[in-house]
Design a protein around this ligand. Structure first.
Ligand code: AMP
Length: 271
């Protein structure tokens, strides 16, 4: 593992690589991130892991301020891997002074769920991802299904601006009780952590009901169930046929976003 804060240095280093993989992250690495990195290492000769808390995708400045940053520990976790180059820049290596987010028009996927509740978030995500893809020109770029709507957005972005990169979706890695790993989980106290473990139960209940019930009935049942979980406030629960967005296989997913205390968590599963 070698770490750099300047993308130009990395570009020089990887010029001769047969195949480059890119794993964008915001750091505070956990086993979810590491599983993506391991998958990338199987496919690509060199894997660039970016660690950058992208200010442009935070619609709430308080959320940006408190987002965990642990570069030293992150590098410690990555040092066991060969063939990894870490890109850990300052804002100035990525953005020009006063540079604004680009306004993308990526259609329906940006108007629902996260797109609806976090105005500007997806333009911020698309802006940084387009920058990273243009900097490093990877053959493959890896994104987690944990943020499934984001994965769909990136696929749409790449289609729309015709970038020559393969976008690879990676399975969600969970704690032993089913809670999806997230950098934000460390904000949960003991009781909130207990409530957070119920999120996957809600999604699995929806999956079970999907065989026999309508989406409307499932939604009202799940909202009722969620009401009885201590300190948990649902922001949305949706059942969405994502086949149209994926443009290939038939797939329906249940999506949830909630706040537990001040911590916002999202999750989804295929149903
Ligand atoms: P983040 O650092 O939260 O921006 O995440 C960086 C990448 O890791 C994104 O593509 C996420 O979807 C992915 N990711 C986050 N949590 C998990 C998880 N529990 N399992 C698999 N991938 C994840």
């Amino acid at each position: 593992m070698r770490a750099y804060s300047s993308f130009k240095e990395i570009v020089k280093l990887v010029k001769k690589a047969n195949s480059i993989g890119l794993v964008p992250t915001m750091g505070s690495l956990h086993d979810g991130h590491l599983s993506i990195i391991k998958k990338a290492l199987i496919n690509d000769e060199i894997v660039i892991v970016s660690i950058f808390v992208n200010p442009k995708q935070f619609n709430d400045p308080r959320d940006l301020k408190k987002y965990p940053r642990n570069l030293k520990e992150d590098l410690e976790k990555l040092k066991v891997f060969n063939r990894i180059i870490v890109y850990a820049p300052n804002d100035t290596d990525v953005y020009n002074e006063e540079e604004d987010v680009k306004k993308y028009n990526l259609g329906e996927i940006t108007k629902i769920m996260e797109g609806k509740l976090r105005p500007g978030h997806f333009d911020g995500v698309a802006t940084i991802v387009e920058k990273l893809l243009s900097m490093f020109k990877p053959n493959n770029a890896y994104f987690g299904e944990k943020d499934f709507q984001q994965l769909l957005l990136i696929k749409e972005l790449v289609r729309k601006i015709k970038l020559d990169v393969n976008i690879v979706g990676c399975t969600t890695i969970r704690e032993s009780d089913g809670l999806a790993m997230s950098s934000r989980n460390k904000f949960l106290n003991k009781s909130d952590r207990e409530s957070a473990s119920q999120i996957i139960k809600l999604l699995e209940r929806a999956k079970k009901m999907y065989k026999t019930s309508s989406a409307k009935d499932i939604k009202s049942d799940i909202l009722k169930q969620a009401n009885s979980i201590v300190n948990l406030k649902i922001e949305y629960f949706e059942i969405i046929d994502v086949s149209a967005f994926l443009r290939d296989k038939k797939e329906v997913r249940a999506f949830i976003a909630c706040k537990i205390g001040n911590t916002r968590l999202i999750d989804n599963i295929r149903i």
